[in-house]
Write a protein that binds this ligand. Sequence first.
Ligand code: ZN
Length: 449
Amino acid sequence: MKKCFVLLTMMGAISVTAQTDSRFYAIIDAVSAQRLEKDIRTLADFGTRNTFSDTLSNTRGIGAARRWIKAEFDKIDKECKNCLDVFYQKDLVTPKDGSRIPKEAYVVNVVAIQRGTKYPNRFVIMTGDIDSRNSDTMDYTNDAPGANDNASGMAGTIEAARVLSKYSFENSIIYLGLSGEEQGLFGGKGFAEFAKKNNWEIIGVLNNDMIGNIEGVDGVIDNRTFRIFSEPTPVTETEKERNQRRFYGGEVDGISRQLARYIHKSVTTYMPEMNPMMVYRLDRFGRGGHHRPFNDLGYPGVRIMEAHENYNRQHQNTRVENGINYGDVIEGVNFEYAKKLTAVNAIVLAGLGWSPPEPKNVTIGGVVEPNTKLKWDKVADDSVIGYKIYWRLTTAPQWENSRFVGNVDAFELKGIVIDNYYFGVASVHKNGQESVVVFPSAVMRSTGK
Ligand SMILES: [Zn+2]
C-alpha cells in the first residue's frame, strides 16, 4: 500500500506521498508470457476468426473462438468468487451496413465486467479483437490465423482479467473482446452505443490491436518501444468550443490525449525499461481501429500497439512468395513483448480503477496578470485529499510541473504567466492515485473569481 505521511509543522499539516506503489510491481510481475502464448496459440488454432466464419463448429471459426473466450472469462469469474459479470453483447449487421459485409450475421462481443466497489457506473475498458482476416476480408472460409492481429490483444485482455481479478477497485473495469473489427469496426460501434444507452461514464478505452510483433517490415527489431495513438481533440466538440480554442489553446489537449499522457506517465514510473511513444493522431495514417467508435461518441480512448509493424504478417494469406513468408502466424509473435504491453495495460487499468473522479468545470484565468488562477468543482468523495495543478510549456509533450494545492476549489499560481504554459487539474485520492488531468473548459474574466 502507498504510504501517506502527515507532517505537522508550524505552517499546518503537510502531506507527503511516496513516489511509487508496490502493488503495481506485483501486477507487472503477475502477467505471464506462458499463459499469453497458450492463449494466442489457442486463438490462432481456430483456423479463421473472420466475423462471418462458421459459428457452429467447436474447433473452427468465430463461434468456437468466442465461446472459448467466454469460457475463459467464466473460469476467472469462478476463481475470484463471481467478481465478473460475463455476457455476450451483439448486433445484427447486413450487407446494407457496409461494403465489407458479405452476408447477414451477428457481430458478437464478449464482455467481462469487474464491478467497482464505489463507482460501479464509471468504467475503464481494455479491448482486444476476436476477429481475423486474410488477404481478402470477404473470405470467411480459408485460414486467417490472426496470431498477432489480433489474438495478441485478445489474449492480453484475458490475461489482464486474470491478474486484476485478484484485486478490487473503486471503479469498474471491463475486459472486452470485440468482433467485426476488420469488417468496419462494428463490434466497437455496437458496444460504444450500448455504453451510451446505459449512461455509462467511461474514464478511458485502451484498444489493444497488435501487441506482439517486434520485427518491423523494415528490419528493425525492438522489444521496448510501443505506440500510444490518441486523437488531439474530441470529434464531438461544438463549433463554439472549436472557436474558443483559437484564442485559449488546447489543440493537443483533448480527453484522449490526456488519457495517453496518463499511460505514458504510468509506464515511465513503473516500467522505465519501456519506451512509450506518443503518436499525435487518431490511428495509423488512414487506417482504423476499435478505439475510434468510442471516440466517435465523445469517449476518451487510445490505441496501444507495437512500434514496428510487419505488413507481410498482417492481412495476408499464409504462403511463401519470392522467398518471403507471408501470413499472421504464431512465429511472428514475441510473447515476452506481449507480456510487457499487457502489463502496461494492467497497471493503467489498476491505476484508473483506484483513481478518484476527476474535478469538473475546471476554469482558468489570469489575462494580463502576473499570476494564473484556476478553479474547479470539488469531487464529492471523502477519499479525495486534494487537487494537483499541472502545467507545461506549450511545446512540451508531457506535463512537466505540478503542485499539490490541498483540498481547495481554487488556487492562484504566483509568478506563472498564463500565456506561456498549458494547465490542467487532477484530483488526488488518499491512496495516492490521481485522476486523469482535466484541461480547463472555461475562462474566468480578470474581475470575476
Ligand atoms: Zn487487422
